[in-house]
Design a protein around this ligand. Sequence first.
Ligand SMILES: *Cc1c(COP(=O)(O)O)cnc(C)c1O
Length: 670
Amino acid sequence: MENTFKTPIHQIYGIENWGNGYFDVNALGHLVVKPKRGAQAVDVFQVVEEVRKRHRLHPPILLRFPQILETQVKQLCEAFQSAIAEFQYGNTYQGVFPIKVNHRRDVVEELMRVGNKYRLGLEVGSKPELYIGLGLEQAPGSLLVCNGFKDDEFMEMAFWGQRTGKQVVIVVEQIREIYSYVKWAEATGLRPIVGLRGRLYSKGSGKWEESGGETSKFGLSTLELLECFRVLREANMLPALRMLHFHIGSQITDIRKIKSAVKEASRVYAKFRRMKAPIEYLNVGGGLGVDYDGSRTPSDSSVNYTIQEFANDVVYTVREICEHEDVPTPTLVSESGRALTVYHSVVVFTAENRGDFILGAKAEVAQRAQSPALTEMREISREISVKNFREYFHDAIQQREELFSLFDLGYLGLEERAYGEVLFKEICEKALRFAKETKFTSDEFEILEKALRKKYVTNMSVFQSVPDSFTIRQLFPVLPIHRLDEFPSEYGMLIDLTCDSDGKIDNFVDVKDIKEVLELHPTSNGGPYYLAICLVGAYQDVMGDFHNLFGTVNEAHVIVDEGGTSHIRNLIRGNTIEEVAGLNGYDPEDLISKLAARVAEQTRLGQLDSEEGMAILEAYRRRAGAQTYLSLSEGRVRADGKELSPGEGGSSAETGTSQGPLAAKESPGA
Ligand SMILES: *Cc1c(COP(=O)(O)O)cnc(C)c1O
């Protein structure tokens, strides 16, 4: 039986607030994913362990749940269908998926497959995206919407699409594109649909507010819209003018902004209709937002509306204005990408709090540091209590100053200084605990909490796996995938593997506020500690960069069958060392021949024994095929990503796990 949030541990992470019905915790204290929001659940911890043990692919690993894509497509399209029925709209809805939100082939093909019965189409904004769109299969009657700035080559490709039987929409974003359209249309005799991207007075809200509004980078002013109309009419191509498009930005946090934009766009549509422009489609763009923190507010990482409310407002508003203007209602199109994909992937990685491992060292300095200057500190640490913690904490601050001035004057040794630091930290931790117990808050204790949060070193790159967390400080839900039946007694933040001070996560979702600490478990009990960042399926998956050359992570696609059994399919290996080097112009053969020349030189000079030199070269070559992230366990994977059969070993240098030719000499101490 599933434990449905009976204990407060689950509430700590707010799963029920941001999970949209896809996430839960089972009786084992493991995070589960329910791709159909039904009883069938995937135990995330078990999947990660199985992939690690059976297939020898280690975290960091991205888990994709394609069935979530299906559930989301269904939810969006049915929301519009039900709004259309409720408000007797008299026309239909058909979405397009903006491919920039997640270009991955598996994702796009799955969306096209499950979206077939809803005539879900595609939206592209560049030549490579159009290249993909031209090749892919999509539902009959679905649209291929071409946004973005277009040169002649782009325009020509779009016409190929029309010629090869796709229903192409060329959305004019700048005035020169209408002249280019007319030129290609005359030359080919084809008439793909023309869409006009209008620049609205209404702006969005949230981080992408500037994508809309009069000063936006995108779209045509009212005068330019009229010019396009005139150009098409003069060229006898007015019948092609079949779409009006606008997009006021992504992640619109406030439903009122959507309403006012739709209202304005509907007016523009209606006025064009009255001028005898045969516009059939009103494309309301993207912007359907996601509640990343579960707060249901118009704050940056949240939204104050549901998909159903979005659909209702669009349908109702357009109908009202069409009625008022006495024009037919248009087919509604939206380019909702974030909402379709965001829930379907989760990235899992190991985390370790290094502080846990120096307890022995602490006992040793405590034994030896016997200076009288420390007596007072020791006493405070022993006697601080819920009654006196504020006063004792202030005393400790004073004592610490004294200790440091004694050290400056040369009266204390390093061990005394070390022990003083340890004692002070202990006092701070106790004081903070008492403050929490008594619900006492003050600026001082908030700063203390931030200062004391433990640094969990994570085996991942923020820049690769959650770039928006760094670039725009967007919040993502982070939580352990196991031990969710055990109280998380530590307060921590995450730091990643990159040599970059921005490579960290120190803001976490909270219903009322933003947390600067995350409740985590101690990691000293052996066994890996796994964390997940959820809701990374939109943009994060494909916008990551190669900071420090970590590159892509391993990937597994997981589905659950009717009986509730999980199946892992499509394992994809993350980047290898030589791949990421190669992307930057390095040729493995060139690198190795230069290294070989140095080995030869050192051997000639008698600095290096020739056998060892050969061994280094051999291992260097093999390690090039290993993965880029920290290799924290014993599994092995061949360079081609296939798993090794037992006994098929080779040196463990292949994975970089440990022993290379120098292992015997340089023992790093486990
Ligand atoms: C980015 C973009 C979208 C996708 O927006 P979401 O907020 O992800 O739904 C749609 N249309 C255009 C023109 C875009 O630039």
